[in-house]
Ligand binder design. Structure first.
Ligand SMILES: N[C@@H](CCC(=O)N[C@@H](CS)C(=O)NCC(=O)O)C(=O)O
Length: 224
């Protein structure tokens, strides 16, 4: 199986982490997002959305990070994605929540306008308004993560067992750190992220984005 990816992509890291931890062999095909390779005809033929990740399994091509994670977990029979109806539904629920609410407001609404030049708003006033709006919304979702999903007794987002939802959520939550956020205001999130970072493959999977984060140090940023 081949994965079209970029290591700085938040949506690729859940798949990279899953594959590395579960020992799923993937041929890694870099798509250079920083030179606009995603818009070149050869890649448009792979994904008309001009996005990574894309999984190629023989003749079968799959986009959407959440769908790819589920496909790989199911295909490899991973215990991270148990087949019990309600257990699986709970994992799907959290993954959908991350992909819609948290990703929209924390990543796109708050972090990316600060760390990626091409996401920055056109004027200082627009930028400040965006960050104000994004911060308030992101704080709300982090509170839900902290006090509902990770409430006392829950070491992981779906209970006491690590699941595919943790693999999916952690890279999206982690991006807040690139603005200098330390999650002290969300102690359960902080402790959970610490557990996720202890996964043996975390360092390698996050190497590129951490390297990028290091180049941002010293820039004034708003934290959540
Ligand atoms: N809904 C898609 C979103 C994928 C996505 O946003 N990919 C970003 C990287 S994290 C991308 O390829 N961006 C390229 C661009 O915006 O030109 C998924 O979950 O797979």
């Amino acid at each position: 199986m081949k994965l079209y990816y970029h290591p700085a992509s938040t949506t690729c890291r859940p798949i990279m982490l899953l594959a590395a931890e579960a020992g799923i062999p993937l041929e890694m095909q870099l798509v250079d997002l920083f030179t606009g390779e995603q818009y070149k005809p050869h890649y448009e033929a792979v994904n008309p959305n001009h996005l990574v990740p894309v999984l190629q399994d023989g003749d079968f091509r799959l986009t959407e990070s959440s769908a790819i994670c589920k496909y790989l977990a199911e295909k490899s029979g991973s215990p991270l994605y148990p087949s019990g109806l309600q257990e699986r539904a709970r994992i799907n629920e959290v993954m959908d929540w991350v992909n819609t609410q948290l990703n929209r407001d924390l990543c796109y609404g708050f972090v990316y306008p600060q760390i990626f030049g091409f996401h920055k708003r056109r004027s200082e006033e627009a930028q400040q308004a965006q960050l104000e709006w994004g911060k308030e919304r992101a704080q709300g979702w982090l509170k839900v993560l902290d006090q509902h999903h990770l409430k006392a007794g829950n070491n992981y987002v779906c209970g006491d067992k690590i699941s595919l939802a943790d693999y999916f959520a952690a890279p999206f939550v982690h991006v807040a750190q690139l603005t200098g956020t330390d999650f002290a205001a969300y102690p359960n999130v902080q402790a959970w992220l610490g557990r996720m970072k202890a996964l043996p493959s975390w360092g390698k999977v996050f190497e590129t984005i951490e390297g990028y984060g290091a180049t941002l140090k010293g820039q004034p940023m708003v934290t959540v």
